[in-house]
Design a protein around this ligand. Structure first.
Ligand code: NAG
Ligand code: NAG
Length: 325
């Protein structure tokens, strides 16, 4: 381009030389400027592309919406009941054919070893719940860092630290994979054989998995107090509930006399509703419900609780104030 301009100007007369020299200089500058701009455009393009990679990650895997959902999921998992499920080794979870087998197997299993296995299950569940909480915190922190990079780094800084940002993205991506894998309760690590050789002609291959049951929760609309009785109802979220055994507890809050202290109790219930009678009127009671313990239960930390206040009898207000010393 420069040569071309020079050869053009060479044919001009000397009088116009200065003008053209100026023009050359301008052209030259414009070419250089364009090259610089080109370079800048390239850098800018790269910056935008890389920035978009981060933005996309923030909007997909690490989106606030998704993190919130994971939070809810963990809260739910903390309220679940965990059981050891005994499966023949070759069958997958959910396979209908194994329905008869586990009970038979349970009879073959050494009870003492099974008790130990349950302890392992409890510990594993606790650790899993702690790890999930921790992983989610790390993910949230990672998200904040990425947002911070985007908001505070200018183009040059951002590009200079791209390797670090890239590493961060890949670390977070791996963390997310671990997190998602852990959301599903896993297999139990069986250290010892659970079946004694004695008596069993053919030792079955078994595997143990942790299974969850959704939490039992009071139906707060349908549970209500009357003057001297309450009717309570509960349900299990997102699960077609088969008949189960529950354990209901109640307790009078702030008993005023020794006699009132016996206003409490534990009752087994086989349906998902129950009435408790002979309560005191105009008083607060606390009720809790959970599944009745079974042999394979390994972890159940949470139980739902509600407080209901019985109604006063229509004209009791006056009488009781008058009757009080
Ligand atoms: C740089 O990019 C802008 C807009 O993206 C464009 O208008 C301009 O022509 C580009 N410059 C060069 C030298 O390519
Ligand atoms: C990514 O993870 C590795 C290994 O855990 C760690 O050493 C490194 O510091 C992490 N990088 C960033 C940017 O977080």
């Amino acid at each position: 381009m420069l040569l071309l301009l020079l050869s053009c100007t060479a044919t001009m007369s000397f009088g116009t030389m200065d003008v053209y020299l100026n023009e050359i200089e301008n052209n030259l500058q414009s070419i250089l400027y364009n090259e610089e701009e080109d370079q800048e455009n390239e850098t800018w393009k790269m910056y935008m592309e890389r920035k978009n990679i981060v933005l996309e990650f923030l909007h997909s895997d690490l989106s606030l919406h998704l993190l919130k959902r994971h939070h809810k999921r963990i809260e739910l998992l903390k309220k679940c009941s965990y059981y050891i499920e005994i499966l023949p080794k070759h069958l997958a979870l959910g396979d209908q054919n194994h329905l008869m087998l586990p009970t038979t197997m349970l009879q073959l299993i050494d009870p003492w070893r099974f008790q130990r296995m349950k302890k392992v299950g409890t510990v594993q569940t606790k650790i899993q719940l702690l790890l999930l909480t921790d992983l989610l915190e790390q993910l949230e922190q990672g998200r904040e860092e990425l947002v911070h990079f985007l908001e505070t780094y200018d183009m040059v800084t951002f590009l200079a630290r791209w390797d670090l940002v890239k590493q961060k993205l890949s670390n977070l991506s791996e963390l997310m994979d671990n997190f998602l894998a852990m959301l599903v309760p896993g297999r139990l690590y069986v250290k010892h054989r659970l079946v004694s050789d004695v008596g069993a002609t053919k030792i079955p291959h078994i595997r143990l998995v942790l299974s969850t049951k959704m939490p039992v929760m009071f139906d707060r609309k349908e549970s209500m107090a009357h003057e001297d009785w309450v009717s309570l109802k509960w349900f299990i979220t997102s699960q077609q509930s088969q008949p189960e055994q529950y354990e209901l507890r109640f307790k009078l809050l702030e008993p005023r006399t020794q006699q009132e202290r016996i206003q409490c109790g534990i009752m087994p219930v086989t349906s998902n509703m129950c009435e408790i009678r002979n309560l005191l009127s105009d008083r607060s009671y606390r009720f809790t419900v959970k599944r009745a313990e079974t042999y394979t239960l390994v972890y159940e930390q949470w139980r739902d609780a509600i407080t209901l206040k019985t109604k006063p009898y229509p004209d009791e207000d006056m009488e009781s104030t008058m009757g009080e010393p």
